[in-house]
Design a protein around this ligand. Sequence first.
Ligand SMILES: C[S@@+](CC[C@H](N)C(=O)[O-])C[C@H]1O[C@@H](n2cnc3c(N)ncnc32)[C@H](O)[C@@H]1O
Length: 185
Amino acid sequence: MINLNHAVAFQHVLWDQQLKEAQTIVDMTCGKGLDLTYIAQKALKKASIFAVDIQTEAISLAKKRVNGLHDVHFIQASHSEVLPKYITAPIDLAIFNLGYLPTGNHAIHTQGATTIEAVKALLKQLAPKGLITLVAYPGTEAGAQEEVELASFLRTLDQKQYDVSYWSPINQIHNPPTLYIVKGR
Ligand SMILES: C[S@@+](CC[C@H](N)C(=O)[O-])C[C@H]1O[C@@H](n2cnc3c(N)ncnc32)[C@H](O)[C@@H]1O
């Protein structure tokens, strides 16, 4: 059943399709590893999975959570700095769950400028028909600002090269998370 209640769950339907063939997958904000666990359980055994986070705390929580599910290459760095330095293969699926680590320091929040830099680097390395999903959090001031910047950048992408779309619940109070989707054509 497709979950139409929350962007984080709704995106699974897109990942499921992509994971059937994806060879190289990157979680650009692995946090405590919930999204990564989903990916690790569904990815092909031979797929390469990379997980990036700027915080030591996130990397160690995510490592523990996915232990034994799939090999994962962890990279502690800003996602704006990992491509092509640490990952050189064409990328079939890249995911971002923006914002902050709920159990950690809320000041360590993703930023529009660095998120956009990371997306630009990804677009150069995206495999044919590659997919990028980004969950944004307009319910906080920093998250709302980041979403405005991200959306205005994504709107400029060439429609001949990418299908770019957006999904959000529209009858929920408190500005629920929203999902941005970029698919190579
Ligand atoms: C909402 S959490 C991610 C949730 C995670 N995907 C999960 O399933 O648990 C956002 C994460 O982004 C990380 N982050 C913030 N700025 C970053 C940056 N420039 N590069 C990489 N990660 C960053 C934070 O440390 C935090 O862990």
